[in-house]
Design a binder for this molecule. Structure first.
Ligand code: NAD
Length: 368
């Protein structure tokens, strides 16, 4: 089997789908890895590092399996032909998803977003590996935008109180943000609508903010709140947020616009100089005053909405993503040949261009 590693077409997308470190293991399994010249440059990986690891340079788009990071654009899809397999972030639930075009082209496409959140698939879970990067970097963005220290400082010139940091939405990114803010010396609090998150929040040394609204949905995700619950939540948060120096929001509901957690009134209630980092900008933002992709100051509060934070840490983000891709590839290979078994829940769920009418016997779900 030939696996093609493409050079991402968006210059801001600095990640690469396979780093050289992974190549020897694939080659050992009978895979030929074809790397597009310059594919690793965004992540500071020269072509020679790939060839030294056993890959060849060439056209990745003609390989049996094409691996990518960002969803393909139209001209990239035009380079694919029927029977080829594509693996990457494919934004299957976005309004502008290319799944239809991939289906029409006869491409067998696997969306890493659709990998089930079960223990066995954790090693392939690219949403989680990249959310870890986002959660970490969001805290650094907040610290750098802040006019205040995170840690408590006791100096000859006086004592500085630690920053109070509130994380709204404590999934993978939120949990990493709590841990990172704590390491920087902040006083951390976490909030979520899934009650089982409380213990995880406490386990990273943070306080749990309980607003009495529970909204656990399917597959370990949250469900969308009812209109009444939304109003109740916004009001409760408006009161809670006032006391915080830093608010980082990561709340998402699969396939829905980002929940509006922070109203304009809540921003107005914060102390000038406070910072909000909104990680939900891509789906509209968790804060009413967020401008996706921008950093703005409203009522004296800095509101940053960075998009694609994992691409700002391309080295480690690519390394983690490569491990996810390697594990998914290995699940599809038998004696070096591509032979995906769609009786496997991970492959059945993540293959987004197959007809779903007759799924094979589902594996037992074990959400962790
Ligand atoms: P996500 O990115 O979909 O959402 C982020 C967080 O926002 C979630 O915790 C969600 O509950 C929260 N949220 C949504 N609406 C909200 C609202 N109105 N108010 C407050 N918070 C709100 O979540 P994720 O990081 O992808 O994690 C989803 C789930 O998958 C979690 O249960 C996580 O623990 C689980 N998970 C399991 C595994 C595994 O075992 N294999 C791996 C990774 C993640």
């Amino acid at each position: 089997t030939r696996v093609g590693v493409v050079r991402e077409s968006n210059p801001d997308e600095r990640r690469v789908a396979l780093v050289p470190k992974i190549v020897p293991a694939l080659v050992k399994q009978g895979v030929e890895v074809v790397v597009e010249p310059g594919a690793g440059l965004g992540a500071l990986i020269p072509d020679e590092a790939y060839t030294a690891a056993g890959a060849v340079l060439g056209d990745p788009w003609s390989a049996e399996v094409v691996v990518k990071v960002a969803p393909p654009n139209d001209s990239e899809i035009a380079k694919l032909s029927a029977g080829q397999t594509l693996i990457g972030f494919l934004a299957p639930r976005n309004a502008d998803t290319k799944i239809g075009a991939l289906k029409a082209a006869g491409v067998q496409a696997f969306a890493v977003e659709a990998i089930p959140r079960i223990s066995r698939a954790q090693v392939m879970d690219a949403l989680s590996s990249q959310a870890n990067v986002s959660g970490y970097k969001a805290v650094l963005v907040a610290a750098s935008e802040s006019t205040r220290f995170f840690p408590m400082l006791t100096t000859a010139a006086g004592t500085v109180k630690p920053a109070t940091v509130l994380i709204l939405g404590v999934g993978v990114a939120g949990l990493q943000a709590l841990a990172t803010a704590k390491r920087l010396g902040g006083r951390t609090t976490g909030y979520d609508v899934r009650p089982e998150v409380a213990d995880q929040v406490r386990s990273v040394g943070a306080q749990w903010l309980d607003l009495g609204i529970e909204a656990a949905g399917e597959g370990g995700y949250a469900r969308e709140l009812t209109e009444d619950e939304k109003a109740q939540q916004q009001l409760a948060l408006e009161n809670a947020i006032k006391g915080f120096d830093v608010v980082i929001t990561t709340a998402l509901v699969p396939g829905r616009p980002a929940p509006r957690l922070v109203t304009a009134a809540a921003v107005e209630g914060m102390k000038p100089g406070s910072v909000i980092v909104d990680l939900a900008g891509e789906t509209g933002g968790n804060c009413e005053l967020t401008e996706p992709g921008k950093t703005v100051v409203k009522h004296g509060v800095t509101i940053a909405s960075p998009l694609n934070l994992p691409a700002t840490m391309p080295e480690h983000a690519s390394e983690l993503y490569s491990k996810n891709i390697q594990a998914l590839l290995e699940l599809m290979l038998k004696d070096g040949a591509l032979a995906p078994d769609f009786g496997d829940q991970v492959l059945a769920d993540s293959c987004v261009t197959r007809d779903r009418e007759a799924p094979a016997a589902p594996a037992a779900a074990d959400p962790a």
